[in-house]
Design a binder for this molecule. Sequence first.
Ligand code: GLN
Length: 190
Amino acid sequence: MTKRVAVLALQGDFAEHETSLRQNGIEVMEIRQRADLQKTFDALVIPGGESTVIGKLLRELDLFFPIRERIAAGLPVFATCAGLILLAMHIENDADVYFQTLDVTVRRNAYGRQLGSFCTEGAFAGMAKVPMSFIRAPSIESVGADVSVLSEYDGKPTAVMQGNQLALAYHPELLADRRVLQWFLHHVCA
Ligand code: GLN
């Protein structure tokens, strides 16, 4: 049973993730510095935001390698948008890469020409009409053999899972529908 979830709270929409976790009866703790990793937690959320900023802070605060190690060892991870970029093995249009634990190739800021933000709805893991909010979202250009695709938009994957990692190009935490988070708690954290 997942009781306590850590939210990476360096930059981005971590507060919205915290609210949605609490609404599902989950105890929340924040990871802001190295000492926070000594606490016990059952899963990790990597929020949306700016992947370059979060990646830089992870390195500066000496959080990068210990978190990468935990993910590689099987810690359940729920990542949205910038979080997906941070997990990706390859980033087509960025000189940097981050955790590289998720076997996908992403392209940053790939949707939308002007504001780059829109809402749609679609199927997620067999559930119909799940609302999806895209904000300067990355596209998933290709996935490795061990990666399952849970939702798609415009012919491309928008939610993927590989073992303990669930990563989305969109932001369920910004909307009232909590089914994607509940799916993570039941299927990935189980
Ligand atoms: N465009 C951001 C990036 O490249 C991601 C946007 C988001 O998390 N909503 O990191």
